[in-house]
Design a protein around this ligand. Structure first.
Ligand code: DX5
Ligand code: ZN
Length: 228
């Protein structure tokens, strides 16, 4: 894997929700994906945005929309997210019905990821690794931005990395929560290939510089390239 395979996905959770299009535009040149945190006040104790906001942002941005669905019932909304312009949805394995959700997302032509909370074992996703585009290992308990990176999740990230490598799958491995210039190289060294970062980017008064710095730091921790 070359370091160019690393993707940076700023999370708009920490952006100015009254000025989202402009906030996203400020980081667009440094972003590979835009991470959109959807919270339903049920799966997590917080409430954010849904398909109407995704549809509005779609009119202002050509970025790949990586929608992280922290929802107890994502299945009822996948069509709405697709119609709004989502490129990919990630559902939590803890809500169950994962096989059906994967099938439904495929049917809709959406990319599909499966997410694990910090205390959910890697074994819960093993059977899905060759069916998804992405596995997301949460490095904080979901619900809020600005929490501290849980380095104890790195053992699981390395485990999921091995699962992906064994299945020969081109599955991306995403980490989300507390990613900044210090923790990004820790996550990439464990095998992460997609870094979500919210407050470290949008909490900065020049968010594009923060994003660029995280990418540079992460590439320092990336696994040695095998093909270049
Ligand atoms: C947490 C969200 C994250 C969050 C990350 O529930 O899923 O995407 O925005 O924010 P930071 O980078 O501030 O931890
Ligand atoms: Zn997220």
């Amino acid at each position: 894997m070359g370091s160019s395979d690393l993707l940076l996905a700023p999370s708009m959770l920490s952006a100015d929700f009254g000025n989202l299009a402009e906030a996203v535009g400020e980081v667009a040149a440094e972003a590979d994906w835009l991470h959109i945190d959807v919270m339903d006040a049920h799966f997590v104790p917080n409430l954010t945005v849904g398909p109407p906001v995704v549809a509005s942002l779609r009119r202002h941005s050509g970025l790949f929309f990586d929608c992280h669905l922290m929802m107890s019932d994502p299945g009822s909304y996948l069509g709405a997210f697709r119609d709004a312009g989502a490129d990919s949805v990630t559902v939590h394995v803890e809500v169950g019905g994962t096989g059906d959700l994967i099938a439904q997302a495929r049917q809709l032509g959406l990319g599909i990821g499966v997410a694990l909370n910090p205390d959910t074992p890697a074994s819960r996703v093993e059977q899905f690794v060759d069916q998804v585009d992405l596995v997301l290992c949460m490095t904080v308990f979901p619900g809020f931005g600005g929490q501290s990176f849980m380095s104890e999740v790195m053992g699981k990230v390395a485990q999921v990395r091995r699962m992906i490598d064994e299945h020969g799958a081109s599955v991306r491995l995403e980490v989300d929560g507390g990613i900044d210039v210090k923790t990004a190289p820790v996550a990439t060294a464990a095998g992460a290939t997609v870094l979500v970062s919210g407050s470290a980017i949008f909490g900065h008064d020049q968010p594009w510089l923060a994003a660029a710095a995280i990418r540079r730091a992460a590439q320092g921790g990336a696994r040695a390239p095998v093909d270049s």
